[in-house]
Design a protein around this ligand. Structure first.
Ligand SMILES: [Zn+2]
Length: 271
């Protein structure tokens, strides 16, 4: 699933390509109607046509297109969604679900193998993104991390992945941040000491920024707005490295279950 670095890479790609452009025709493939959560697919297509894109922002893993009539087109890619910027005459991608033509020679194409992604066209963004915690890239200080973990006996990894606590981290970057911070993923969140919290704060930023420098991770389906894979999958420290040597100490990376999710860590470096 695309996490914060992948969604942010797409956002930055699209900023220079589509801000200032106006949506023309919106086409929703048969069977893809459920991707549009609000309003009805027909009303979605009708109301989006003629809207100029003023800005694109991001909250956690959500992309928000700010439109000229004050509304927002909100997109969540979920498991296999991709948002591509393509010439209108380019061949159709497999799993093309929604195409949004622009007032130049290009269009935005939403592809999604599993059709689990979502779009909303709304006047207020808060009902969709208001339940999210602070953004993991922009909204976090050691103090906000402290307030997120206080009184929480759940594992620190589960808390990091809880979008209502902190928005943007999934399996990959919660594991990478915990490795960089030297913290065991099963540690109860509330047990973290002040020095561990400040290490974790720095580690979250480092993990996200390094991944964005590599334009995200493409372990499975993720591609950027031009359809290219990211490169960070070649640089992860623990994620999906079961049995391979830790880059710090040489101990084989282990895989365990934490909160029902496969989790990779170094048993020597992470305490
Ligand atoms: Zn190690």
């Amino acid at each position: 699933m695309p996490e914060l670095p992948e969604v942010e890479t797409i956002r930055r790609d699209l900023l220079s390509r589509v801000v200032g452009r106006t949506f023309r025709r919106v086409r929703i493939s048969p069977g893809a109607e459920r991707i549009v959560r609000w309003p009805s697919p027909a009303e979605f297509a009708r109301a989006l046509a003629g809207q100029r894109i003023e800005h694109i922002s991001r909250r956690g893993k959500y992309l928000l297109f700010h439109l000229s009539d004050g509304r927002y087109l909100i997109v969540h890619l979920r498991m296999t969604g991709a948002l591509l910027h393509r010439p209108k005459d380019a061949p159709e991608e497999p799993y093309l679900r929604i195409s949004l033509s622009l007032d130049d020679s290009n269009e935005l194409r939403y592809t999604d193998l599993r059709k689990l992604g979502n779009m909303w066209l709304v006047e207020e963004a808060e009902p969709i993104v208001g339940k999210l915690g602070p953004d993991a890239l922009e909204g976090v200080t050691p103090q906000t991390l402290r307030s997120l973990i206080d009184g929480r006996s759940a594992s620190i990894k589960a808390v990091l992945m809880d979008q209502a606590a902190l928005a943007g981290l999934g399996n990959i970057y919660s594991e990478e941040a915990l490795f960089l911070a030297g913290i065991h993923p099963r540690r109860p969140a509330e047990s973290l000491a002040a020095d561990e919290l400040s290490r974790l704060h720095k580690a979250i930023g480092d993990a996200l920024l390094e991944a964005m420098g590599h334009r995200g991770s493409s372990f499975r389906d993720y591609v950027d707005a031009e359809g290219r894979e990211g490169q960070h999958q070649w640089h992860v420290k623990v994620y999906r490295r079961t049995g391979e040597p830790c880059y710090n100490c040489g101990t084989p990376i282990e895989r365990i279950k934490v909160g029902g999710r496969s989790t990779h860590f170094c048993p020597l470096c992470q305490r």
